[in-house]
Design a protein around this ligand. Structure first.
Ligand code: CP
Ligand code: NVA
Length: 312
């Protein structure tokens, strides 16, 4: 199985089957154990990874850089406005130059087609650190966290409230792939990407899980094992004013009353950054059901697994 990843791109989890994703999770769990025991795991000494971030980041950027250091690699963080990309150098030229210096590119950008173009012109792996369409690094971390907290994935009910954007798409697809029921709050006027929805529905059909998008918040919360929040203001999100979004999403705020409708042992998850008083309340993120900081830590372990497998 390990050899199946060598040199491939990590652009979306829709490119991988359940067995491959499970192997990535097992690798992350193994690397996490090593990190906890302080066992050396510099598996890629002397390698280099270039990181281009066109949008802000705290978790993804720092976790990739920490994970690179643990693996014995050097990482370079680049902002497009500091690169010739920002002055109009074509992606295809930039990609081929980075490919000559570095063993992988980690990139956070807008359209999926941008990372696809980098991947087309690079021999080395391209790793998606978030696009408008998907956030596969987040998805892998979320599965690891759910597996740790609930001991399984199949048969769980995942309630999602927040923007119908990258994290939503990845969560929905993964839930369906792993046999979880995915219930999401859908304020009027917000639609997921139809291509991802269709792909997730096909997966759900195969695994027998449900995908339900509804305006009824109670319906998503009732019996939920996971209550998952996300910002209402995604970077590069659909054009609506901040005020309009607050008005549209406020009925779906994850507060204590909402948590009380889920299972008593439900966990609260959030990809972060979260905004107290909007997508969740201080009581919920600081409450005993919240696992968001364990979840955030897992970003480092899953990203390390991705680099260890794809850059081997
Ligand atoms: N969840 C996540 O990707 O966080 P950052 O935007 O801080 O990287
Ligand atoms: N949906 C959010 C996720 C941030 C990690 C965004 O795209 O801004």
């Amino acid at each position: 199985m390990r050899n199946r990843f060598k040199g491939r791109d990590f652009l979306t989890l829709m490119d991988f089957d359940k067995e491959e994703i499970t192997f990535m999770l097992d690798t992350a769990a193994d690397l996490k154990r090593k990190w906890i025991r302080r066992e050396p795991h510099a598996l890629l000494p002397g390698r280099t990874v270039c990181m281009i971030f066109e949008k802000q980041s705290t978790r993804t950027r720092v976790s990739f850089q920490a994970a690179s250091a643990h693996l014995g690699m050097q990482s370079f963080y680049m902002r497009p406005d500091e690169m010739q990309l920002g002055r109009g150098e074509p992606i295809k030229d930039t990609a081929r130059i980075i490919d000559r210096y570095c063993d992988a590119l980690v990139i956070r950008t807008f359209g999926q087609e941008i990372i696809e173009e980098f991947a087309k012109y690079m021999e080395h792996p391209v790793i998606n650190a978030l696009t408008d369409l998907v956030h596969p690094c987040q998805g892998l971390c979320d599965l690891l966290t759910i597996r740790e907290k609930k001991g399984r994935l199949e048969g769980l009910k995942w309630a999602y409230a927040g923007d119908l954007w990258n994290v939503f798409h990845t969560s929905m697809y993964l839930a369906a792939t792993f046999g979880m029921d995915f219930f999401a709050a859908q304020p009027p006027g917000y639609e997921p990407n139809p291509r991802v929805l269709q792909a997730a529905q096909e997966r759900a059909k195969a695994t027998g899980s449900k995908i339900v998008l509804t305006q009824n918040f109670d319906e998503i919360l009732e019996g939920a094992d996971i209550v998952y929040g996300n910002t209402w203001h995604s970077m590069g999100g659909p054009e609506k004013t901040k005020e309009q979004r607050i008005k549209d999403f406020m009925p779906y705020q994850i507060n204590e009353a909402a948590m009380a409708k889920a299972k008593p042992d439900a966990v609260f998850m959030h990809c972060l950054p979260g905004y107290r008083g909007e997508d969740m309340t201080d009581e919920v993120i600081e409450g005993k059901q919240s696992v968001v900081f364990d979840q955030g830590e897992n970003r480092m372990h899953t990203e390390k697994a991705v680099m260890a497998l794809f850059m081997q």
